[in-house]
Design a protein around this ligand. Structure first.
Ligand code: NAD
Ligand code: UD1
Length: 359
């Protein structure tokens, strides 16, 4: 691709695939890479038919390459052959439980992959970088809603890889004032594209709540275990900040636009509210809705919206869960002009449409 394009790593993944669609919808050409360790090539076909047939986005280009972010030569070749204006880095391993048994894989992939990418970007003087971080870096929050300047730390190997990447990026930004780096701390992404063509593919038994709920509704699992109903919360179940993956994806467009990276193709859809301020240097943003929802409330809303039965039982607390975690998302609104729009009902309806499309 000769025209400037954004590079999206982990483009076939849950958040990556939705972000590719939103970037294309906002006029950006996109180059995606993935090694398909937690996704499959069929997602790329779905992105292409969503782009060309469902959305009619024929004026912007999407190209995909099977590349591992740890492969410096392959990345180098990609940067040689294309004009890359910025990088959004999703590629990584993300299962908290699994990370306890495979710390080396997690550090090598998440930390090694990120450092590799930055090194190749440096060589090719590409200086706009968006990093997928996680609310997991807040550990056990002292105050809610949680703000970006809250103390950070992490209890799992997965969490520590995100935390240490943030520290590395901070050091890199300090030493390289001409770089723009946004570290986005996602809360609990759920839902799927309204088309039902892309969504989340959990590997094996889902660890996360929403995919477990949709699989119970689809009859693939017998019942949902709700981990703990004796927390000091209004209904005794944990509280989280669930955010629709399309809102999250649109936040990435806002982050890239605020860095001043220009789109290269015509826009089909209205852009999100233009940023009031451009952002430069290192920035960290909470990507949540700012609203806490209890596990029980999510399950009840899912039942109400979809009409499906969700047999559930309350079981013991899950080790490592914090009772309540939700974002103060005002910084992203102020500096990026971005705010989540979709409510819990839409998250449930879209997650269910996606699940039923898999049959
Ligand atoms: P995902 O597993 O669906 O997507 C990640 C993609 O990266 C997958 O397609 C996988 O095949 C690919 N990948 C992994 N290692 C790679 C490598 N070395 N080279 C190339 N491709 C590689 O995960 P997701 O939910 O889309 O998450 C994206 C990012 O957001 C991850 O970094 C994750 O840690 C972070 N995050 C996710 C959540 C969440 O709840 N989904 C929450 C907080 C942060
Ligand atoms: C988890 C990770 C977090 C990661 C996030 C997104 C842990 C401790 N945290 O967050 O680092 O960034 O996923 O990938 O793993 N629940 C049930 N029954 C289930 C599944 C979940 O009751 O079968 C409850 C959990 O106890 C929790 C809530 O639902 O209270 C949300 O759980 P989950 O979707 O796993 O997300 P988090 O634990 O918030």
């Amino acid at each position: 691709m000769k025209a400037p394009a954004l590079l999206v790593t982990g483009a076939a993944g849950f958040i990556g695939s939705h972000t590719v669609i939103e970037l294309l919808s906002h006029g950006f050409h996109v180059i995606g890479i993935d090694n398909f360790c937690n996704s499959n090539k069929g997602v790329i076909d779905k992105i292409l038919s969503l782009k060309n047939e469902f959305l009619g986005l024929t004026d912007v280009e999407f190209k995909h390459f099977s590349v591992d972010v740890r492969d410096k030569n392959a990345l180098d070749g990609l940067f040689e052959q294309h004009t890359i204006s910025g990088v959004i880095h999703f590629a990584g391993l993300k299962a908290v439980g699994e990370s306890f048994g495979r710390p080396l894989d997690y550090w090598e992939n998440n930390v090694g992959g990120t450092m590799n990418l930055i090194k190749v970007m440096e060589k090719h003087a590409v200086k706009n970088f968006v990093f997928s971080s996680s609310a997991t870096v807040y550990g056990i929050p002292q105050h809610l809603p949680i703000k970006e300047d809250a103390p950070t730390g992490a209890f799992s190997p997965y969490g520590r890889t995100k935390w240490v990447c943030e520290q590395f990026l901070e050091d890199h930004a300090k030493a390289n004032a001409d770089w723009n780096i946004s570290m986005l701390r996602y809360f609990n992404p759920v839902g799927a594209h309204e088309s039902g063509m892309i969504g989340e593919f959990p590997n094996g038994v889902p660890n996360n709540l929403m995919p477990f709920v949709t699989q119970v509704a689809a009859g693939l699992r017998y019942k949902l275990s709700i981990f703990g109903n004796d927390y000091e919360t209004p209904d005794g179940t944990c509280i989280r900040d669930f955010i629709h993956v399309v809102d999250l994806a649109q936040g990435h467009v806002a982050a890239i636009q605020a860095m001043g990276v220009q789109k290269q193709g015509p826009t089909k859809e209205a852009s999100p509210k233009p940023p009031q301020n451009s952002i430069q240097g290192l920035n960290v943003f909470n990507f949540g809705t700012g609203f806490g929802v209890s596990v029980k409330e999510l399950v009840e809303t899912f039942i109400a919206v979809t009409g499906q039965k969700i047999p559930f039982e309350f079981v013991a607390r899950r080790h490592g869960d914090v009772p309540s975690l939700y974002a103060d998302a005002s910084r992203a609104e102020e500096l990026l002009g971005w705010q989540a729009q979709r409510g819990l009902e839409t998250m449930c309806a879209d997650a269910w449409r996606w699940q039923t499309s898999l049959k």
